[in-house]
Design a protein around this ligand. Structure first.
Ligand code: ASP
Length: 330
């Protein structure tokens, strides 16, 4: 996948932010850890998983014109939800094994308020429905039909989320799959985004169509607060992409924020989060998980199990696709 490739020649390079690489032990092997940024404050700032250039640019547009981190998150990730060529998020996403596109999303604000929708069909912007759950209901999560009904009540339109391309691929999959979902490392391009606005307020969001050809009703980490996303204004935030079952087992994003609270840099915390997951999966190398994190000063980090992970940063310092080293080698 194009966005998975390291873009070492990104259009703008952050000057003077990168310190020397350090070596760290990751349990089974020695591996190089991605550079850690200096403690220079660069706010506002937005970061997101993978090379989602248009999404981070939209979020930056909101932040750089005085908008809130929460608005930047919603507007930013919606770009991917609306992009039918992105088959891992929103409309155009790959369906479950029965051919239904079911979407998951969550959002969290500076005060720890949060909202989520799980396994929701026929609605193109789950991040906005998640925000409505947060702002307009006493609940945190709405699931399936209930989420869809709530969305209609809030004025969202019913749409067909299954594009011809995704339908054709699903029909091909059915021919040989024996109806068996697999952990496919090439089907995980969830967008998780974290932003800090010029007031220093932090927010985060995460949205996905989940694992391709999953069982009906399967939900991964992405809409689960603490797993796919966690934000704490005293510390910073973290978000995940990859095999959701493994992220849930370690409550990954919460873990990373807590590690930063204990003094780790965002980069060190992401590395430790990946190490915890690998410790539970001794000998396995067939799955992918990447974390990104930001602390309240605006320092960022990202780390993955498999090579090829990048994360995008957008601040006054520039628009950068950061190659991130990985547990199994760069
Ligand atoms: N984390 C998502 C899930 O398990 C998949 C992804 O990141 O693409 O549903």
């Amino acid at each position: 996948m194009e966005r998975r490739k390291f873009l070492k020649n990104s259009t703008t390079v952050t000057a003077g932010l990168i310190s020397a690489p350090i070596l760290a032990s990751c349990g089974r092997e020695k591996t190089t850890v991605a550079p850690i940024q200096d403690s220079k404050t660069v706010l506002p700032i937005v970061i997101c998983t993978w090379n989602f250039e248009n999404a981070s640019a939209r979020a930056w547009e909101v932040l750089s014109t005085g908008g809130t981190a929460l608005d930047a998150i919603e507007q930013g990730v919606m770009v991917e939800e609306n992009d039918v060529n992105n088959q891992t998020v929103g409309k155009g996403g790959r369906p479950d094994r029965d051919g239904n596109v079911t979407l998951d999303a969550c959002i969290m604000d500076k005060d720890g308020n949060c909202g989520a929708v799980l396994a929701m069909q026929h609605i193109a912007n789950p991040i906005s429905v998640a925000r409505k759950v947060m702002e307009d209901t006493p609940h945190v999560m709405l699931v399936g039909k209930g989420a869809e009904q709530f969305a209609y009540e809030k004025g969202f339109k019913k749409v067909n989320l299954l594009t011809e391309k995704s339908k054709a691929e699903w029909l091909e999959w059915k021919k040989t799959s024996k109806y068996k979902p697999i952990i496919n490392i090439e089907n995980h391009d969830t967008i998780g985004m974290l932003a800090i606005d010029e007031n220093g307020d932090i927010a985060g969001g995460c949205t996905t169509s989940g694992m391709a050809y999953k069982m009906a009703g399967r939900v991964g980490d992405s809409p689960i607060i603490g797993a796919g996303l966690f934000v704490d204004k005293e510390v910073g935030g973290a978000t995940a992409t990859g095999v959701g079952e493994e992220v849930i087992r370690t409550v990954g994003s919460f873990l990373i924020v807590e590690l930063m609270r204990q003094g780790k840099s965002p980069q060190e915390a992401c590395v430790e989060g990946v190490k915890r997951i690998m410790a539970k999966n001794e000998g396995r190398n067939d799955f992918q998980i990447g974390f990104i994190a930001i602390n309240k000063k605006g320092e960022t980090g990202g780390y993955c199990i498999q090579p090829g992970f990048t994360y995008r940063t957008y601040s006054k310092e520039g628009h950068v696709n950061n190659p991130s080293n990985s547990f199994l080698g760069t």
